[in-house]
Design a protein around this ligand. Structure first.
Ligand code: 2M8
Length: 445
């Protein structure tokens, strides 16, 4: 265990491995999440990855963001996958043709993209780079342009995804949450039956099926893509037709955090209109998260199913994410510390690694299946920052140390089982995973 080893020597080795992973996954102007499993550019991965690059090469960190933003649609939408070359159909499923979004009038012409988005991390990612920039004057144009593009993305979200003007934006595909097979969607899946798709998945040729979403799950995911295609990715039509419309606590909290970062950078860069706009967005979204998404019963934040008009009460690690945005009232935050320290998130022996994506006590908990139990380093990083900012140092330290231990003992996996084992492999999913390396670089520095 790392704790038993000579710390500095070991951290040095780990830091070098983090750098190797990012270097291996770097392509021409962007970084793949994992070379075989995810061979293109993913939106929120690239955000976390850019923070990792800032420890190695600021030029690459900026380039990662520039390449992402170059694929922005003309209505401000940012796609979750950018298929940088034409091998998409061979390498990944569903590829650009199956997703069928690139014919949309707003889509860019120079590159094919998907028609769904991912959590809005770019505002706070940009501020992370901004604060480390050695020569701000030299790179001012990059920051000003990036801020404008990110504001355009947020504007798109508020204009198209907030039909009742609540300040809460909805996601219209479970992939937009980033937490693909979360048990949070189970009650929605029960409301309809999708067709069966007889397709050749590629993910299960790289990763054991038991660690991935099920075949039945994929029917739901592909059906939502089919329906979006039938709507020609027209936002109004999709709002009327799609059976999945969810106000997600992670997505909205990251939107608040990004708006806050945009306000601070806009003030420094003398962009008063941007500062004003983002500040009114963040006030409204924060209030609504606290009013509509707080689950008094569980003491965590939950989801709102906008299609079926009902609250989804479930204890997930994403339920802590408003802490990262700094919008949780003190007494609620205190209650959240008791929850993360208890059996739900550390198991009956209170010896589990933080932070499982689903509570142990949930009947659906599965330590190895993707977003239904495993620990994810990007979420851990958000919670580590969140608990730190609230002054809960012990919990923040445990999240950080568990993250380091899991990687040190198992390698740079996509996700990890939270259950401690003696000498068993506890890392799962893709290997040499970019955001695992990127988040660790922050935690080790
Ligand atoms: C996973 O999602 C993709 C679809 O976007 C997939 O399973 O094929 C998720 O973990 C998502 O959050 C992540 O961005 C993506 C790439 O790492 O993989």
């Amino acid at each position: 265990k790392l704790a038993n080893l000579e710390k500095t020597t070991d951290s040095k080795t780990l830091i070098q491995h983090c750098k190797d992973v990012l270097n291996q996954n770097w392509r021409d102007g962007f970084t793949v999440p994992s070379s075989n499993l995810y061979p293109f550019q993913w939106l929120w991965d690239s955000g976390f990855i850019a923070m990792g690059w800032s420890f190695i090469d600021m030029e690459r960190a900026r380039q990662e963001i520039k390449t992402l933003l170059a694929a922005q649609w003309s209505n401000g939408f940012l796609p979750h996958i950018i298929f940088h070359d034409d091998s998409a159909e061979k390498q990944y499923f569903p590829g650009a043709d199956f997703q069928g979004a690139y014919t949309n009038a707003f889509a860019p012409k120079h590159v094919k993209t998907s028609g769904i988005t991912q959590p809005p991390v770019l505002g706070f990612v940009l501020e992370y780079l901004f604060e480390k920039e050695y020569d701000l004057a030299l790179h001012k144009e990059f920051y000003v342009n990036a801020i404008q593009s990110i504001v355009h993305f947020h504007e798109y979200l508020y204009l198209n995804r907030d039909p009742y003007n609540e300040g809460l934006v909805y996601i219209r595909h479970n992939w937009e949450s980033g937490t693909d097979n979360s048990a949070a969607w189970d009650s929605i899946w029960k409301t309809y039956t999708p067709p069966t798709y007889d397709v050749q998945r590629k993910d299960t040729s790289h990763v054991n099926q038991a660690q991935r979403p099920t075949k039945k799950d994929y029917n739901y995911y592909l059906h939502l893509i089919e329906l979006s295609k039938q709507c020609e990715y027209d936002e109004k039509k999709m709002f009327e037709e799609l059976p999945f419309l969810v106000q997600d606590p992670l997505f909205n909290s990251l939107l608040v955090a990004s708006n806050e970062s945009l306000v601070r950078m806009a003030i420094e860069l003398n962009m008063p209109e941007v500062a004003q706009k983002c500040s009114s967005w963040l006030t409204k979204t924060s209030l609504s998260i606290n009013e509509k998404l707080y689950d008094e019963k569980l003491g965590l934040y939950g989801y709102y199913d906008l299609k079926n008009n009902r609250f989804i009460s479930i204890a997930t690690s994403m339920g802590f994410s408003p802490l990262f945005a700094g919008i949780v009232p003190q007494e609620r935050a205190l209650r959240m510390t008791k929850i993360i320290e208890g059996v739900d998130f550390q198991g009956t022996d209170l010896d589990g690694y933080l932070c499982p994506s689903l509570a142990y006590t949930d009947p659906e908990f599965d330590a190895k299946r993707y977003w239904r139990g495993p620990v994810w380093l990007n979420i851990n990083w958000l919670l580590y920052k969140g608990f730190t900012n609230y002054g809960f140092k012990n919990i923040a330290d445990k999240i950080k140390n568990d993250s380091i231990t899991l990687v040190a003992q198992n390698g740079f996996y996509e996700y990890f089982s939270p259950i401690p084992t003696e000498n068993e492999q506890n890392g799962f999913g893709g290997q040499n995973f970019s955001w695992t390396a990127a988040m660790l670089l922050d935690m080790l520095n």
